[in-house]
Design a binder for this molecule. Sequence first.
Ligand code: ZN
Ligand code: ZN
Length: 430
Amino acid sequence: MRILLLVCDGLGDRPIRQLGDRTPLEYAKHPTLDKLAKQGEVYTLYPVKPGVPPASDVAHLHLFGYDTAVEYPGRGVFEALGAGVSLPRGALAFRLNFATVQQEGKLLKVVDRRAGRIPTEQAAELASSLNSELEEVAGFRCRFYSTTEHRGVLVMTGGELSPHITSCDPHEEGRPLLKVKPAKRKIGYPFDYAVAKKTAEAVNEVVVRAYDILSKHPLNRRRKEEGKPPANAILLRGAGIASDLESFAERWKLRAACIAGGAMYKGVARALGFDVLEVEGATGGVNTNLRAKFSAAMNALSTYDFVFLHIKATDSLSHDKKPLEKAMFIERVDSELANLVEKLDKAVLCVTADHTTSSMLGKHTGDPVPLVVYYRGARGSDCRFDERSVVSRGLEVYGLELMNILLNAAGRLEELDYDVRDEADYLELA
Ligand code: ZN
Ligand code: ZN
């Protein structure tokens, strides 16, 4: 059997007073998800570890069976691959934000981490100016890419670079930009202090020179005149060097495809060797074309062993503290899912989340999330699909265990007997 994994980003939540002390998932009417839970197997999933609020890329890697404590290249790699930027060996990639800073003495205080969500075309113009004026810094070649709104990617090449550096992004408005320093990070790349130090110095120079170029840029002068925050600085985080992650196909013997609107999710999938299928109207936002995405996923099941379908708006609405809208969006997902379940034959369908995003706090939390695995012949759980109903069933699993659960449901696992077989070589008579 083939496998369809639907990840509703940040689907889990906490009880909200405005929803009668129910979570958006408990509040929403979702007969299809409830049917899956009744007839399928439900679990309480800790995407990474109990109590640990993971970033989305980290959580997804765990769901795909990659332990980020052992193998993790850095978020910049996924951002770059997701934006369609190919990374030559040894290239150092960063997630970039165009931001607004205010000079205070020698410090640059962050006023707006997203420069008023600057339009994509304007950010592209700034990236192109940076590319022409900041082509080389400290002997390294720099390429700036704008993706959507304030988001972008920086790729540095042309010498020995290290991802073992701190980030310049203070992650909070009202605080000054941080100095980038060498620091051993928990990522799967050898640490060399001298290389890390040289990299950090170059990155600091990039940030300072980018401020100089951007603060004098005519586009920013215009934005100021219009009363908009100038995009006069870049924030860099998630430094990463593409490493040779074992491909998903090698690890699980599954040919895999990804359907997602958000660039970073496509990046994670590309890094693992998935085919990324482009679907018209898949925006990664609330306005995304759910019907087109579900139907593309259904079609993909005829070609691929494993289809990963990602839906982002559940997470974005939680970050924006809109629990009611989140519940409404869940109802839309449920009704599109109904069509798919009707047509689903000889496939395992799994629905879950990569983490809980509290729509009261507006951020990821370390609470577990509900998980359902539905296929013909499943034992059945006879419960609803929501955070607390699933907990009452008592089965707790970790993200790293998900692939085995899915492969078992799909009848793709062999008995564990510790034998080793080389299926590619037959014994020949003399
Ligand atoms: Zn997420
Ligand atoms: Zn999030």
